[in-house]
Ligand binder design. Structure first.
Ligand code: EPU
Length: 421
């Protein structure tokens, strides 16, 4: 076990580069197994535990994987199983993309129900609704989702809720269905568009990703290709917020600034300076910022995945801020940890009422989930004194080399072995 030890109170200066997007990579890797010919070579893969986990799962299906520096090549021509039921499958959320991928290619999938961060109820009814509309028979028994179809036939599907996972999963299966599928009320996140672009590069015919309606004309087969994953919007947002929280001047590089608009706008509303370049954003801040109200929403709204870092920043901003979490009902659990540092936050259901304090003080904190862990690192960086963040395996699932990137910005942060957690 490891923990992060942070000596807080230093301003951040310098430039860091953002890695490939976790939530794109963990969908593109399962999508790659849909290629019945050739090899998929995927670049800008982030070095995180969730990616390694999905790679192990894919290997267990008899795919050949060769890993390079931030890249992976996947040969799935000799795949010999439609069953994924290992601890790795149960540990992570994105393993559910194997249902859509296997169902699309083999018309059959047996995949254990997924795990992932404990941030609220995480049903997959919309995924199942989509698969059934395409003609699959879906059952859940003994913790395994089994989906089977004689053939998949394109259909019109209107999702009841905007879901990233359901949009991608049904898109995967529909890419190899007969005829045309129209998905309505879909998620528009950058990683949804990235997965559609990847499938198209493999030979799929998908239009409209990034809008409310995706139209998929099924093709007979998909082939390997070369592809590069988009930069991680959430990792970038986390570092932008860290810069605003600690003060200083940070250039967050290798990003698509358009993806960052909701976060840039909030930071500017708070009084930080945000300068957009072609592929980077500079955040400058000096002293306490102004409290604001935030409501998390599907893209292009403010992302739920940076709500916890943002709530942490607001805990030391002037005045009262209200944060409304509209996606995950349990994403305020980490607030109890911030309170140990002196934060004044009251949580009522999906709303946090934050009365900014002038400073947090270092404490021993336990990362309760991935983004909570990142929020606690930010809290430690801006607090007076020493903070320890334990259970950082959560953080390592989604942030590549977090302590090294913060060290490059001048932070006093180190990773040490521990018995805790
Ligand atoms: N929902 C349903 N039924 C479904 C699917 C979703 O009711 O069948 C509801 C959920 O309960 C939730 C909302 O729809 O209230 C949105 O859920 P969504 O399906 O979009 O979430 P997800 O696909 O499970 C992905 C990311 C999450 C991110 C959400 C929202 C991955 C692997 N995970 O989850 O990322 O919070 O979209 O943007 O892509 C993270 O990276 O820390 C993380 C949790």
């Amino acid at each position: 076990m490891e923990k992060l030890v942070i000596n807080g109170g230093r301003k951040l200066f310098g430039k860091i580069d953002i890695s490939g997007a976790k939530n794109a990579a963990v969908a593109i890797l399962p999508a790659a197994i849909m290629a019945s010919q050739g090899v998929a070579v995927i670049d800008n893969i982030p070095e995180i535990e969730d990616v390694q986990c999905i790679e192990r799962i894919i290997e267990s299906l008899n795919c050949k994987i060769i890993k390079g520096k931030n890249s992976v090549s996947i040969d799935s021509t000799a795949i010999n199983s439609v069953c994924a039921n290992t601890d790795d499958v149960r540990r992570m959320r994105a393993s559910y993309y194997l249902i859509g991928a296997l169902l699309g290619r083999f018309k059959q999938a047996n995949v254990a129900l997924p795990g992932g961060c404990s941030i609220g109820v995480r049903p997959i009814d919309q995924h199942i609704k989509g698969f059934e509309a395409l003609g699959a028979h879906v059952t859940i028994e003994h913790g395994v989702v089994s989906a089977k179809a004689e053939k998949l036939v394109g259909a019109n599907i209107f999702f009841d809720v905007v879901s990233v996972g359901a949009t991608i999963n049904v898109m995967l299966a529909a890419a190899l269905a007969e005829g045309t599928t129209v998905l309505e009320n879909v998620a528009k996140e950058p990683h949804v568009v990235d997965v559609a672009n990847f499938l198209n590069t493999m030979g799929a015919n998908i239009k409209g990703a990034g809008t409310d309606v995706i139209r998929i004309v099924g093709v007979k087969e998909l082939k390997g290709c070369n592809y590069s994953v988009i930069p991680d919007q959430i990792e970038a947002g986390t570092y932008m917020i860290a810069a605003a929280a600690c003060g200083g001047e940070v250039e967050v590089g290798n990003i698509i600034p358009k993806h960052m608009e909701s976060i840039s706008a909030k930071l500017m509303e708070m009084g930080a300076e945000v300068i957009e370049n072609e592929d980077s954003i500079i955040v400058r801040a000096n002293g306490r910022l102004k409290g604001v109200n935030v409501k998390t929403l599907p893209y292009p709204g403010f992302p739920t995945d940076v709500q916890q870092p943002m709530t942490t920043l607001l805990s030391v901003s002037h005045g009262r801020s209200i944060v409304n979490e509209s996606i995950w009902e349990s994403r305020f659990k980490f607030v109890d940890e911030l309170k140990k540092m002196g934060a004044n936050i009251k949580v009522e259901g999906r709303t946090a009422i934050i009365d900014g304090v002038s400073q947090l003080t270092g404490a021993v904190l336990k990362a309760t989930d991935l983004r909570a862990g990142a929020a606690m690192v930010i809290a430690g960086l801006m607090a007076e004194g020493v903070t320890e963040v334990t259970c950082i395996d959560h953080v390592d699932r989604g942030y590549p080399h977090i302590e090294e990137k913060f060290k490059m910005l001048g932070a006093d942060i180190r990773r040490v072995k521990t018995e805790d957690c």
